[in-house]
Design a binder for this molecule. Structure first.
Ligand code: 5GP
Length: 119
């Protein structure tokens, strides 16, 4: 699937839509999910144009990949999620239920997150 420059996260990266930012560096942005499903629900996205985790892992540069996962860890630490644990989710494609076609990792925590997936 080609990257859609008008997806909502591309628009957030361009500053066309506001977001409640929690972290930003040269290759990553993290912000609160607008439809929070937990007391803490943050999205971490690379600034590069990658549709999914599959696209990112295959096509991002090593500095982008390292920078991204360092940022995921930093955000989890900074938000106080590490001590009691949290969940990371990267939905991909139709079967994964991905709504926004720009790679993102959800960080969910602040309460026990329950079963991993619904039966
Ligand atoms: P996906 O289903 O693609 O893994 O998750 C997309 C997420 O983006 C959803 O949890 C949804 O609430 C969030 N989202 C959609 N539009 C916006 C927006 O305009 N701002 C923010 N902060 N989050 C959004």
């Amino acid at each position: 699937m080609p990257y859609d420059d008008n997806n909502i996260f591309a628009r957030i990266l361009r500053g066309e839509i506001p977001a409640k930012k929690v972290y930003e560096d040269e290759c990553v942005l993290a912000f609160h999910d607008i439809g929070a499903k937990a007391p803490v629900h943050v999205l971490v996205i690379p600034k590069g144009k990658f549709v999914s985790i599959a696209d990112f892992g295959a096509n991002a540069s090593e500095p982008e990949i390292v920078g991204f996962y360092r940022a995921v860890s930093k955000v989890a630490h900074d938000l106080g999620l590490v001590e009691n644990g949290f969940r990371t989710i990267a939905n991909t494609g139709v079967n994964g239920g991905q709504e926004v076609p720009h790679f993102h990792v959800h960080l969910l925590g602040g309460k026990p997150m329950g079963a991993m997936v619904q039966d």
